[in-house]
Design a protein around this ligand. Structure first.
Ligand SMILES: [Fe+2]
Length: 379
């Protein structure tokens, strides 16, 4: 079925910042209180953000720095308690995936007060937030290029106590609007740059082969992969080169659009316990199994030649070589053993790798024995 839906009003590039601010003025002329979530380090003072900040200066704006990484249920409770009783009517999130995910969760949970972590956990796992007649609108301004959270309608919340990862998900959780400013990513550390670019590469590739793929999402996927493949090896020479940063920001957006309609598949499903148990950066964790899963899915791929071409590769081995070359270039370890994984721990890893709504999106079933073999080969 070739259908595509994404309601986010997208503005790209510093020249669009003024128009983005005007859009907010038109959409929300009467709101008085704005919750401004930022990743910290004074990002809101960036020149390219001034049209937005000028617009916010006319409102009662509560700036809260969200410096946490991969928010968990305890972080959400703390954040909610820190913000209350400020009764915000709009959330502006300036940051990476964690900040935008926090915005979505606050948007979904705003109307209720929570006293304990258990209450937050129950609200998320029971999906009771979906009974809300409406959510607080939010807008996203990413400062990394990879998550795609500004154009997806779900957020990830972690729960180390239960070795779990939850999704807060609803079609009404799409951002009202997103402003993508590659200028904000110029100072991103190289390690984060490569991790987020690999995340976007996985979003695009997994959208390409997801059971929900279609002719429209695949165009976004191929465009995203090709741009990352060309720009990522060059970034290390000139990390502040805006041309490469623009390409990676655009690729991240295109990948986000692609997987906003398909969700991710096996690579992401397997990545969650890798991040939870061994602290592997999300994008790197997802990319570690990309070539293995591609090999596994090969027979089910639609137009596999186009996918290989986007990677500049003739076959899966060359895709694998490309990913390894990126790891080598940026000093990223490709061995699970170096992150702390052991042969004895692989079964536990396998048991946590089957996330509903992710693993079952993979076009070819991966049996636990097969996954065990893949993970052992990566030790
Ligand atoms: Fe991801």
């Amino acid at each position: 079925m070739n259908q595509f839906y994404n309601p986010v009003a997208i503005s790209f590039g510093a020249a669009s910042a003024e128009a983005f601010a005007d859009l907010l003025k038109k959409r929300y002329p009467d709101i008085k209180r704005v919750l401004l979530l930022t990743r910290g380090a004074g990002v809101e003072k960036s020149d390219c953000l001034q049209p937005v900040m000028n617009m916010l200066s006319t409102k009662d704006t509560n700036l809260v720095e969200v410096t946490l990484n991969n928010p968990n249920v305890a972080d959400i409770l703390k954040l909610k308690q820190e913000i209350e009783p400020f009764d915000y009517e709009l959330i502006v999130a300036i940051g990476g995936g964690s900040v935008m995910d926090a915005a979505k969760v606050l948007s979904a949970l705003q109307s209720k007060t929570y006293q304990t972590i258990d209450e937050v956990r129950a609200a998320i796992t029971s999906e009771r937030y979906r009974e809300e007649p409406s959510y607080t609108p939010w807008v996203g301004i990413p400062t990394t290029s990879g998550t795609g959270s500004e154009v997806t309608c779900w957020a990830t919340v972690w729960d180390e106590e239960y070795d779990s990862k939850y999704s807060v998900s609803d079609e009404r959780l799409y951002a009202s609007a997103a402003l993508i400013l590659p200028e904000l990513t110029v100072t991103m550390p190289l390690r984060l740059s490569v991790a987020t670019a690999l995340d976007a590469m996985c979003h695009a590739t997994e959208a390409y082969w997801s059971v929900h793929t279609n002719a429209i999402t695949r165009v976004y996927s191929l465009q995203a992969i090709e741009r990352i493949r060309r720009a990522l090896p060059l970034l290390i020479e000139q990390p502040e080169n805006l041309v490469w940063r623009e390409q990676l920001s655009l690729a991240s957006l295109l990948a986000g659009l692609a997987f906003s309609n398909t969700r991710t598949t096996a690579c992401h499903s397997i990545s969650y316990p890798l991040t939870m148990l061994y602290g592997i950066d999300h994008g790197i964790a997802a990319s570690l199994t990309l070539a293995s899963v591609m090999r596994h899915n090969l027979a089910a791929l639609i137009e596999p030649d186009k996918l290989m071409q986007a990677f500049g590769a003739a076959n899966v081995d060359e895709v694998d070589q490309f990913i390894q070359s990126i790891y080598n270039l940026y000093g990223v370890s490709s061995r699970l053993g170096q992150y702390g994984a052991t042969v004895e721990g692989i079964r536990h890893l396998v048991s946590l790798s089957y996330t509903k709504g992710r693993m079952d999106n993979n076009p070819v079933e991966i049996l636990p024995e097969e996954l065990e073999r893949i993970l052992v080969s990566l030790l």
